[in-house]
Structure formats: structure tokens, C-alpha cells
Design a protein around this ligand. Sequence first.
Ligand code: ZN
Length: 346
Amino acid sequence: MAQQLYLEESGLQQFETTVERRLDSRVALEATAFYPTGGGQPHDTGTIEVGDDQWDVVDVEKKDTIYHRLDPIGEADTAPPEGATVRATLNWDRRRAHMRYHTAQHLLSALLLNEYAASTTGNQLYDDHAHLDCEYDRFDEADLEAIETGMNELITADRAVEWYTLDRERAEAELDTDRTRIDLLPDSIRQLRIVEIAGADGDEAPFDRTACAGTHVSSTGAIGEVIVTGRETKGSEEERIEFIFTDHRWMRDVTQEREFTAQRRAGEIARPSRHVCPWGARWRPTSHPDVSLTQMPSPASTTQCLPLRTTGLQKTRWLSSIRIDYPGFPRDPHEPIRSHIWISTR
Ligand SMILES: [Zn+2]
């Protein structure tokens, strides 16, 4: 097995190592900081270089060792030869987002167990949103708001996050196996990696301790503000909670907008013709901070709203977003782009 550098140092963005094995377009490295898909966390991407040759790392998988699937850039061969010294660089935006969502998931799991006795049954994170499944009958609106507030309090408190390995026997004897979810791990795993989130000042016990091989940020403050965007029933006694970071909502809106535009071009969605003035509707910018909304300049009069054209409507837990054509926001004033206005549905 390759040395898994990401387990020790989650902040490692570049490293040098040797190609141990080459199989078609895949290579196994002696050591790697590329996280392989697992535990609800997607694999890392990035590049590796040997001299002037470069490859994109497009997939990372853990089997008997860790395999990196490569895509050559330019004239490079299918993959570098065995024994070659490679310099590797991670796509840090993607990895950092995974670390933030993964740490937020630990907070959410602990909070759900503490406040609702709801055990986590599964989780999946991406680089722009995440969801978690748990054993619970049904969350209502007030629950979702309380969960969001609870998560953001823990984030603002900037609790330290640490990880270390522990003998399985010792872990089973000393830790709450339900909480740490040790019983979900195969018996063959004898050394556990524990991820610990510190308790409040003066608390002896940590806030959370979970067996996990993923990558995390080193303090909860680095997660950033969370928005719980909704819930979904996943069967009897199972609920899914969806969440996103404030700074990703704008990004995701743009992605969804592109998908929407593609669907519309394909004739799957009819184009709404009604023009609206979003400022005429009631909305509450301060109660739900949103970058796309707070940065939106107010028009001097409603006539300035007329060029805005609704191209879709999206409803979330307590906000609706109206998709509009808005000239010049937020980049080049000469290049009209599509944007969103979030309107409270309350
Ligand atoms: Zn984790």
C-alpha cells in the first residue's frame, strides 16, 4: 500500500514521489496525497509532472494500493514509466471544499445525535454541496432552522479538529462505539483513525470523536457559514438533510442556470415571457446573508427592472430564486449575464 500522505497532513498540496507501478493509463505511487474515492468523499484531482511531461489526474481509486488514472497533456506518453520521479500538485479548490464539507458533516452527525438521537446512516459530499442521511421520522421547518443555527454556532466557536490513530481494542474499550461508528468498519481494520472535534472551553470531553479516514480542516472556523437547504424522506424512519456553504450558493446557482439554459435550448422547458420587478416583491436580505443578493445594487426606479427577464423559478426551504437576465453583474458591465434574486416566500 502506498504511503497515504493525506491521512497525516491534510494541507499538503504538492509532493514528490516515485512511480511504483504502471498499468495502462494508471499509476501506483510510492506515496500519495491524492485522496481516493471513499467514505462519501470524492477523489482528488490535479496534475503530475516528469520533466516537461504533464498528466491530469482524473480519478483516484483505492484497491490493493492507490491507483491514479491519468490523462496525458499535449505530447506526453499514456503514463510515466515505473521508477520515474514525479512532482504532483492537487487541485486545491476541490480538495479544500471536500475538507470543509466533510468537517461540517461531522458537526451535523454529532448535532443530530445529541439533539434528535438520530444516527447517521450515510453521507455524500461534493465540492459545492452535501447531504447526510440519518435515522429519524421527519424533520420540520423549525428543526431545520435549529440544525442550521446549531451548526453555525459550532463553526463560529472555531473548535480545534485533530486526528490520530488508535488501536481498535483500545478504541472499542474507551470510546462510545455508537458515536464513533466503529462497528461499521470491517474487522480487518485494526488501527483506527480518529477525528476529534474539541469540546467547549472547560469541557473535558471532546464534542465529537469519529472513526474516519477522510480529510478535514483543522478548525471548525475554516468551514465557513452553512445553509441547510432542505430535507427529503429516504424511506420510513430515514431522513436526508441537504446543506451548502454560503459562498457556494452563488457558484451552484450559476451551474444550475447553465443546465437550465441547456434544457431550454433543447426545448425541454418553455421560456416564460412575464417580466418582473424583483424589488417589488418582499424580501429580507439581512435575515439570510447571501452574496448574490447583498451585492446586487438597488435600482433607482422600477423602470430599471424592465430589462430583467424571468427565465425560471426555483423554490428552496424558505427562499425562492427568480432567474433573471441582469446586465453587468457582477463582472464585466458590457457582458450581460444571468443572475438570481432571492425572495423570501414568507
Ligand atoms: Zn470524516
